[in-house]
Design a protein around this ligand. Structure first.
Ligand SMILES: [Zn+2]
Ligand SMILES: [Zn+2]
Length: 149
């Protein structure tokens, strides 16, 4: 007798779905996988947390982010501040289990708004500045002209 697992759609022996006298929805390998991927387990792996955060914030993979950092010599594409000189406000809550937090992102990912394509990495203030001028080169030029008056 086999039963189809509702997670992986594999047919597994019935034993795979039994625990004591309970029938389970997912098969043993799926339960094993879910355990390994649990929130608590994930949090214990800073590199995985970093990857998740990069994806959630910027839709970018760690390799892409690190390649950009290297290409820009770890500096803001506008003002040139080095990422080691950028202080980040919140380092997150200390972990109950004492594992280190994921390294915070000092350079933020700037996107073209229309296409969502990555334009480059900027420090927070430069990124906020662009946003303040609606990413509009004409407004930024006008602002520079205004400042020079
Ligand atoms: Zn399964
Ligand atoms: Zn900057």
């Amino acid at each position: 007798m086999v039963k189809m697992c509702l997670r992986c759609y594999q047919e597994r022996p019935l034993d795979s779905f039994r625990k004591g006298d309970r029938e389970l929805v997912s098969c043993a390998p799926c339960r094993e996988y879910a355990r390994g991927n649990s929130y608590k387990n994930r949090r214990a792996q800073p590199s995985k947390v970093r990857a998740d955060n990069l994806w959630a914030l910027y839709r970018i993979r760690p390799e892409e982010y690190d390649a950009l950092r290297e290409a820009q010599a770890y500096r803001c594409a506008i003002c040139g501040i080095h990422e080691s000189e950028i202080t980040v406000g919140s380092r997150g809550r200390p972990r109950l289990d004492g594992t280190p937090n994921a390294e915070p992102f000092r350079l933020v990912v700037d996107h073209y708004h229309a296409s969502k394509r990555v334009r480059g990495l900027l420090c927070g203030p430069c990124n906020a500045g662009l946003g303040g001028f609606r990413d509009d080169p004409a407004l930024l030029t006008a602002a520079a002209r205004y400042l020079l008056n």
